[in-house]
Each structure stands twice: as C-alpha cells, then as structure tokens.
Design a protein around this ligand. Structure first.
Ligand code: ASP
Length: 297
C-alpha cells in the first residue's frame, strides 16, 4: 500500500475578491468527495471523475455549467483524462450539450477506438454511452451571459477545473475540464484536451493538470514538461514552480499547475494573481487556498 493523495484546482487568473470564497469552497467540496472515494479503496480515476463532476456542476467554474460563451454566444467545452498506469487517455473538444465532459473523456478512453472525439461525433458517442445531455440553456448562467454582452468590461471570475489523484495502488491520474476562454472563436480548441498540455499522467514520474493561457500552455506542453521534471526526483512543489517559470520564459504566458509525483507528494504553482485549489495528502488534512503560495503543500 502507498500514500493516497488528491489535489484539485478551479482555475488560475485575476479572480475578483467577491468570488474568492465560492471558488475555495467549491474546490474543498470536490477534493473531499474524491478523498472519500480514495479512503474507501476506490481508484484514482473514480476519485478524479467525482471531483471534477462536482466542479463542472458549480457555476462559479468555467467548465460544464458556467462555461464561457463563444463569440456566437454558445458553450463549447473541452476535457481530458489520463491514466498513469497504462498511459491510456481520452479527450473531447467542442461539445455543447454534455453535462459532464470529464465523463465523456473517460468513456472515450475506455470504450472508443480512438483517443479523442470532437463536436457532433463526440455528442453522438456520448448519447450512445447513455451520458446525460442538457439543453444549451442549462450551461449558461446570468454571469456568463453578462460577460458575453459586456465583452471586456467585466472581471473574469470563473475558472477551468482540474484534478490529479493517486490511489493506494500508486496509480496516478489527471483530468481537466473547461469551457475555454471567454469570447473564443467558434471551433477554438485550447490546451485542455491536448495530451501533455492540459493534463498528463505517468506512474513513473507524476500527474499534472494545468490552467491559464491555453494558446501558450500548449506551446510548451506544460503538463508533460512538469512530469518530465518530476522524473528526475525534484520535489513536486519545485517542479510546479519550474514548469510555470519555463512557460513564462519561453512564451511570456501565465498559468497555474497542480501536480502529484510518484511518491505521492503534492505541489502547485501559479503566475496569475490567484488560483483556487484544495488538496489532501499523506496527513489526511484538507487544505485549500487561492492566494499565491508558490511552493510546497
Ligand atoms: N486553459 C484554458 C483554455 O485555454 C483556460 C483556462 O484555464 O482558464 O481553454
């Protein structure tokens, strides 16, 4: 048996004060739900999926319900899951009606003959798997409509969500789910569903989930970059900081990242003003925050 751990994030950015408490509360709820599954002997995959489903349903996050709208005024959501034991992955992009894109990504990994399905084809596959589909109105909130109508004038309060978990078998998994960027062009796909960018997991090194400027994150394959750094044995907290520094140095981009390494050490870092997160590791204590605290958990 080895140490279980879970860490979630609710997005990195300039999260306004009035949304900070709700962000942290949502992250706490999600991490606690995942932890209960791990404590009951459940898999890291089940824990991650349960945690992200909670975050997708909370409108304070830019994933599932609460996703930002495209310039056409609709949601287009992306998600990815990866299993570090097998290096199997599933990803989806541009889905408009799937209540839990993270579950669709998992079903693609488990049942599809491909690793990624997008838009209408992904939705047909979701239907065939019996996943819940919702009308467009379910995803939209008064806040996301206001952001769309007042383009550029409201602070961006909601965030992409992600989770990394390690179970008692030592399996690491990562998942990330997003509505993408506010006012993105229809058809835009960011870093999230791109393997190694929005998430990566390998039992030999680490698992990571990223959030932030996706069009820059993908250029340094941020999550895989972090896992590669962890392979050298560098502590998870230092890995997170080094990965974020690489992104800044090579692209000028800002982002946040959460990580668990092969020994079960958690870490996070962000170069944005804030990143909501919550985690539980070897000591079994739920911790959470949103202010900069680059470094060790
Ligand atoms: N990385 C996401 C994207 O570009 C956005 C975010 O994390 O806030 O789609």
């Amino acid at each position: 048996m080895s140490e279980s751990a879970i860490i979630v994030h609710g997005g990195a950015g300039d999260i306004p004060d009035e949304h900070a408490a709700e962000h942290v509360a949502g992250c706490r709820l999600a991490a606690a739900a995942g932890w209960r599954i791990l404590q009951a002997g459940g898999s890291a995959m089940d824990a991650m999926e349960a945690a992200i489903q909670i975050l997708e349903d909370l409108p304070v996050f830019d994933a599932g319900r609460g996703s930002y709208l495209t310039t056409d005024g609709i949601v287009e959501m992306d998600a990815i899951v990866m299993d570090g034991a097998t290096l199997q992955m599933g990803a989806t992009a541009g889905v408009q009606h799937v209540r839990h894109p993270i579950t669709l990504a998992r079903r693609i990994m488990e049942r599809a003959p491909h690793n990624m399905l997008i838009s209408a084809g992904a939705e047909s596959f979701a239907r065939a798997c019996g996943l819940e589909l919702c009308a467009a109105e379910w995803f939209e909130t008064p806040y996301t409509r206001a952001v769309w109508q007042e383009y550029g004038r409201l602070p961006l309060a909601t965030g992409t969500v992600g989770c990394v978990a390690r179970d008692a078998t030592g399996t690491l998994v990562a998942g990330t789910s997003t509505g993408g960027t506010d006012h993105k062009l229809p058809g835009r796909v960011g870093d999230v569903p791109l393997v190694g960018s929005g998430a990566y997991a390998d039992n030999r090194s680490a698992a990571a989930s990223a959030t932030g400027e996706g069009d820059k994150i993908m250029r340094v394959v941020l999550s895989k970059t972090a896992c590669d750094l962890a392979a050298s044995g560098m502590p998870a907290a230092a890995v997170a900081q080094a990965a974020i520094a690489t992104l800044a140095e090579r692209t000028g981009g800002t982002a946040g990242i959460i990580i668990i390494d092969r020994s079960g050490r958690t870490g996070f870092a962000h170069s944005t003003k804030r990143m909501s997160r919550a985690w539980i590791d070897a000591d079994g204590v739920l911790q959470a925050g949103i202010e900069p605290a680059h470094g060790s958990t």
